[in-house]
Design a protein around this ligand. Sequence first.
Ligand SMILES: Cc1cc2nc3c(=O)[nH]c(=O)nc-3n(C[C@H](O)[C@H](O)[C@H](O)COP(=O)(O)OP(=O)(O)OC[C@H]3O[C@@H](n4cnc5c(N)ncnc54)[C@H](O)[C@@H]3O)c2cc1C
Length: 285
Amino acid sequence: MSDNILHIYTPESLNSLITLYHKFPQALLYAGGTEIMRNLGTRELSGEIISLEGVPELDHISRTESYLEIGSCVSLNRLLGIGRHVLTPALNQAISSIGTTVTRNFATLGGNLSMRERWMYLIPVMLLLDVRVEIRRQGNTSWLSMVKYLEKAPHLACDELITRFRIPLETWNIQEYRRFSSVDFGKSNNLTFCGIANVQKGYIQRFRLALGAHGSLIIRNREVENTLEGKKLPLNSRDIQPMKELLDQTLANVKPPLTSIQKKLASRSVLWFITRKLDEGIEEI
Ligand SMILES: Cc1cc2nc3c(=O)[nH]c(=O)nc-3n(C[C@H](O)[C@H](O)[C@H](O)COP(=O)(O)OP(=O)(O)OC[C@H]3O[C@@H](n4cnc5c(N)ncnc54)[C@H](O)[C@@H]3O)c2cc1C
């Protein structure tokens, strides 16, 4: 018998998907297929494939007063269609930086977070926004914070899948996402930066920073964030110096280590964010 036999299942409801995945836990879940096809190269798909495309519950978007709820199979372009203010500007920027519009037509939010062997580009921003992730398997549903999800993701059971996300609709009036990658850098110098803050009456009420690198590293240090909370804008050098020292220490000690270009880019992005971007909030008094 050929090893290349392909069985494609197309469940039409979440319940039948969960039952089917429990029955075939080794099956490959196929959402938008962009990452699957990219990794496949010239090889062919084989074995059990479960297509998520026809499951309406996974393609649903709804909004309450406190959060935006998004099914795992909603495409990145459909998310951009929600509008940057509802989706939040940093997430909007992060999604817009992924692939081309053709890729984003197929690529899904769930697919971006489901790579067990590496972290994709949306993770730092989703971490800062306190996005919650729903994981389902037969007989069990759990909602995880992004921190818990990142701990659990490499150990998800074979029949567990992501079904929904909840993005809190909080006031973060200053937001920035930046992605540094270029053919000249080479893959090892990729870096993503995300900063969000709530600035009210000229003071930093809340402040968060995260960086992503190497596809395996997410850097966030609450101590760095705490040094600036409550400070008046614009920041002076006495505010900035302790924060910069802590940041440099953090960047110097992460594993796997950052390259010198990554460290410079990370440090410059953070300094730009706190000395320029945060000041935009002063004008909103
Ligand atoms: C040209 C190109 C450029 C790209 N650029 C970027 C980029 O800049 N940044 C970036 O982050 N990514 C990039 N990608 C990767 C990819 O497009 C995105 O990460 C995308 O969001 C993956 O979604 P998908 O639906 O296509 O996933 P798929 O390819 O369908 O699935 C990816 C993996 O996730 C699993 N999976 C999918 N949905 C679920 C679920 N609900 N629960 C559990 N497991 C699931 C699948 O089984 C598979 O293992 C690029 C891809 C291409 C082809």
